[in-house]
Design a protein around this ligand. Structure first.
Ligand code: SF4
Ligand code: MG
Length: 328
């Protein structure tokens, strides 16, 4: 197999005991070597929680209740990220899997030059590198993400939002990780800027050979840049497919709704029909298929039985909807 990261049956709760609500439910998802996997869904669908859970960066009251996150290293045996010690985890993050958070561009330290902050990341993880070596690498990285040499000495406030976001991408790439996770890194930026940043990342992916898990609520961006797309709703993956297949022939009614919710960046504009209603609160998750109160195609089993995620015949695809008979 060419899997690099396999999420198996991941469950994440917020809170414990009687107060607990399940935010991520039995998620199975595989990221393959060198691919860009897009993860989409409305806000509140569990996308960020999934990303924080699998990198073990969940803040309380988030708790991982079960499942495995199997990482396949370059050399050696696969291992479960959820079982790493804190020390092992520190080495794993940044060096194997790095993550760019939502709003990360605001987490730069305002009193240090960006190049210095980059140097510090390298120094913290690779203390044996020389000062000159670290500086050269930081400069290279900034150049790589399209920050010109005359901006190297800039402080964060002297850079635009788009540039600061690119600095964060440079940081995420600093230790040459094999997986880069981006959680809506571009929501604060305009669409043109979002496309530029994403385009740059995909270009770098081709040159440096890492895999990307890209999380967004905007499917129009994913169509252009992802190899595969997974759709999340109510804490579960409800569909996953090669990007082209999902665009041509989405199977899940929620995927249809999402596709109609965003104007296409290229080609004819789609009608912005959206999805009526709003995503469920984890506290009041509907019974059966969580989408049933909003689904235009809901029928008899939908309100009482949870449809299993499985292959609808095409082994490259998975869907969880009573409209589509699947084999697990
Ligand atoms: Fe709609 Fe039923 Fe399919 Fe859920 S299982 S998406 S309610 S048709
Ligand atoms: Mg989020």
């Amino acid at each position: 197999t060419d899997a690099i990261l396999e999420i198996r049956g991941l469950d994440v709760d917020y809170g414990v005991g009687g107060e607990a609500v399940r935010a991520v439910r039995d998620v199975h998802l595989t990221l393959h070597r060198g691919e860009v996997l897009g993860l989409a869904g409305e806000s509140g669908s569990g996308k960020s929680t999934l990303a924080y859970g699998l990198t073990r960066l969940l803040a309380p009251p988030g708790v991982i209740r079960g499942g495995e996150v199997i990482y396949h290293p370059e050399d050696g045996e696969p291992y479960d990220v959820l079982r790493l010690t804190d020390r092992q985890l520190r080495d794993f993050r940044w060096a194997e899997v790095s993550i760019v958070f939502q709003g990360a561009m605001n987490s730069l330290n305002p009193v240090h030059k960006v190049v210095t902050q980059l140097v510090d990341v390298i120094k913290a993880h690779e203390p044996r590198t020389t000062k000159a070596g670290r500086l050269a690498r930081a400069r290279d990285l900034l150049r790589l993400v399209g920050i010109s040499a005359d901006r190297l000495e800039a402080y964060p406030h002297q850079l635009s939002g788009g540039m600061r976001q690119r600095v964060m991408i440079a940081m995420a790439l600093a230790l040459e990780p094999r997986v880069v996770i981006m959680d809506e890194p571009t929501t604060a930026l305009d669409v043109v800027m979002q496309r530029q940043i994403l385009g740059r990342l995909v270009e770098l992916r081709e040159r440096l050979g890492f895999s990307v898990l890209f999380i967004t609520h905007d499917l129009s961006l994913l169509g252009e840049f992802s190899d595969r797309i997974a759709i999340m709703y109510g804490g579960r993956i409800v569909e996953q497919a090669p990007a082209a297949d999902l665009y041509r022939d989405a199977l899940h009614p929620y995927s249809h709704g999402l596709l109609n919710s965003f104007p296409a960046l290229r080609g004819p504009r789609r009608e912005l029909s959206g999805i009526p209603g709003s995503p469920p609160d984890t506290r009041g998750m509907p019974s059966g298929c969580a989408f049933h109160p909003r689904c235009p195609r809901a029928f008899e089993p939908c309100g009482s039985r949870v449809p299993a995620l499985g292959s609808p015949g095409d082994p490259a695809r998975e869907v969880a909807c009573w409209l589509h008979p699947v084999s697990p």
